[in-house]
Write a protein of this length. Structure first.
Length: 149
């Protein structure tokens, strides 16, 4: 199985089934579409300013309708604990859907000039959390999880 490393808090928000897209500056490879992969939380510590930005609206367009509260709970918990989200672990699995240009999924009325033309939105679905996070070092792009199990 392949894995993909996400920064926190996005890895946890995806695993809470609250974030339907992962945004990257490259298109997912066609051979991964429809495949299950491990959602890995990387080792990057979350900058405080990033948490503040997320708490004040930068997350709204990227979460599932009705799930903003779930995402904000994760972010606010991290703000209070500053280190409560797991890093360097596999959190569970998801299925990769068809990638689309980010501008294609933006809400009506979004100024096209405000969206990076090179940004791709990767659909993630069918979330299955691991019972316990599994420590792993991670890698770039899609990497082989088999060595981590």
């Amino acid at each position: 199985m392949r894995a993909l490393t996400f920064h926190q808090p996005y890895a946890s928000i995806v695993m809470a089934n609250a974030k339907p897209y992962e945004f990257r500056r490259w298109c997912a490879p066609s051979w991964m579409i429809g495949e299950r992969f491990v959602v890995h939380a990387g080792m990057r510590k979350i900058p405080a300013q990033e948490l503040v930005d997320l708490m004040h609206g930068e997350l709204e367009g990227s979460v599932i309708d009705g799930k903003l509260g779930v995402a904000l709970d994760i972010i606010e918990r991290e703000w209070k604990t500053r280190g409560g989200l797991p890093l360097g672990v596999g959190l569970g699995t998801a299925v990769l859907g068809r990638p689309r240009r980010a501008i294609e999924i933006m809400p009506a009325g979004t100024d096209p000039a405000s969206v990076d033309p090179d940004c791709w939105a990767w659909s993630v679905s069918d979330i299955e959390p691991f019972p316990v996070p599994i420590p792993a070092k991670g890698g770039r792009q899609f990497w082989n999880w088999a060595a981590q199990s």
